[in-house]
Design a binder for this molecule. Structure first.
Ligand SMILES: Cc1ncc(COP(=O)(O)O)c(C=O)c1O
Length: 440
């Protein structure tokens, strides 16, 4: 079966007039389930891809599959022509088995197991390094590899700093590693960096690429001929942050420091950019506990709600990465109770399984639904079966025009993606928030 036919079995195609709100209503109408549900709107994936092509025409996106490995998202990006950033042998294998050419894969793991290095050799994959140990390992097990040197260039305004773990110092250490690579005869073909995931500081891309120019010049002086540039991930994925936020700084840097279009292959490794906004978590309240004032028992001091999803499911980020949840109560304000100090708990017996604390919200009842947008990144992939609860289950939709676009991309001999997009994609998948109560 071809990929489109496989995809059709996993999703529902809806009229273009069906809004995000309608889709949430459909899920709510199905009634409470044991498993938490993730509404996945593939139109948003498609839309973000075309935004990328339009605003960053020189940069090929290689989707960081670690951020959300849902098969419909991966397949859609594959159909759209994305490349893939893989962190492990298993991820590389999955993407290769989908028939992706190895040129569309970067094995962007700076510290690889020997087994995965041998696998990369067998498949001829490009990879990265950031230490002398990794270089020597590459020399021993995959000496013919094309490799990128990953240097550290951290944003102080990111959700997770990756530089604390990976990336050589771009100054002295990078120079020493390049000298060692030359001695070992390793083919270093370019560089990579990652500003940190969820980077709110777009100008840093300019400085990071400028640093890449210095490293390139040093590499040239050592006899290397760089051709490959990897600007990593880090782009926000929320519905209200587009790629334009970063593109102006990236394009300016590329035009200034790497103007030769023919020479450079430029890639990025966006993860959350693609997968955060398409996913909306839709979960019912299944338990409630109120705490009353000792002096005045009619006064409720705080209220706990229990859900079938928590920090061992979708809401790991809220707990450990300081990303506060923004609940939308799926009910008219007039039907809710008074505003109370509210706590949201997951289903497990762990007292730590709390993903919102002391937020003011109108009072809810059992079986009321709460909806959370932008929940696709580093959420379901972090979920585990602690206490026997279920993984979030994706419920996937695409509009008729979105589907036609995928068909057109697949069948066109020489598709001009932007022309196809303007012909097909019209649906706006933002939730009409004003209809609902948000925080208070
Ligand atoms: C090497 C590498 N590339 C890309 C990504 C994706 O980052 P983001 O989701 O911020 O785009 C990560 C995230 O950890 C990463 O480690």
């Amino acid at each position: 079966m071809d990929l489109l036919s496989v995809l059709t079995c996993r999703l529902e195609i809806v009229d273009d007039s069906v809004s995000s709100k309608d889709l949430v209503d459909r899920i709510v109408a199905r009634g409470p389930r044991e498993e938490p549900l993730h509404l996945v709107e593939l139109d948003t994936v498609v839309k973000r891809h075309y935004d990328w092509l339009r605003h960053l025409p020189r940069v090929h996106p290689f989707y960081a599959i670690k951020s959300n490995d849902d098969e419909t998202i991966v397949d859609t990006l594959l159909l759209l022509g994305c490349g893939f950033d893989c962190a492990s042998k298993a991820e590389c294998n999955r993407i290769l088995e989908l028939g992706v050419n190895r040129e569309r894969i970067i094995f962007a793991q700076p510290s690889k197991t020997i087994e995965s290095l041998l696998y990369a050799k067998e498949k001829g994959l490009r990879t990265v390094f950031d230490s002398d140990y990794e270089l020597r390992k590459i020399h021993q097990y995959y000496p013919e590899a094309e490799v990128l040197i990953r240097y550290r260039f951290d944003s102080q305004q990111s959700i997770v700093n990756l530089g604390v773990k990976f990336g050589c110092d771009p100054g002295k250490e990078a120079g020493e590693l390049l000298v060692l690579a030359k001695e070992l005869g390793i083919n270093v073909v370019g560089w990579a960096f990652h500003t940190g995931t969820g980077c709110s500081d777009p100008e840093i891309f300019y400085d990071a690429i400028k640093m890449g120019r210095r490293i390139t010049d040093y590499a040239t002086s050592q006899g290397f001929s760089f051709k490959y540039i990897d600007i990593g991930g880090g782009f926000h994925g929320k519905k209200d942050v587009g790629i334009q936020f970063y593109a102006v700084h990236i394009n300016r840097a590329l035009d200034e420091f790497f103007p030769d279009d023919q020479r450079w292959t430029i890639i990025a490794e966006p993860g959350r950019y693609y997968c955060s906004a398409p996913v909306t978590s839709v979960i019912p309240v299944h338990g409630k506990r109120v705490f009353r004032s000792a002096e005045n028992p009619t006064r409720i001091e705080k209220v706990f709600y229990y859900f079938n999803d928590g920090i061992y499911g979708t809401f790991y980020n809220a707990k450990y990465r300081n990303v506060p949840v923004e609940p939308i109560i799926w009910k008219k304000r007039s039907e809710c109770g008074p505003v109370l100090s509210t706590f949201f708990f997951g289903p497990t017996c762990d007292g730590n399984d709390v993903f919102a604390s002391n937020i003011p919200l109108p009072e809810l009842n059992i079986s009321d639904y709460v909806v959370f947008e932008n929940q696709g990144a580093y959420a379901k992939v972090n979920a585990c079966r602690f206490n026997g609860f279920c993984f979030p289950k994706p419920v996937v939709f695409i509009s008729k025009s979105g589907w036609k676009l995928l068909e057109a991309v697949t069948s066109a001999a020489n598709p001009n993606p932007l022309v196809l997009e303007s012909k097909h994609l019209q649906r706006n998948s933002k939730l009409e928030k004003l209809v609902f109560e948000t925080r208070s």
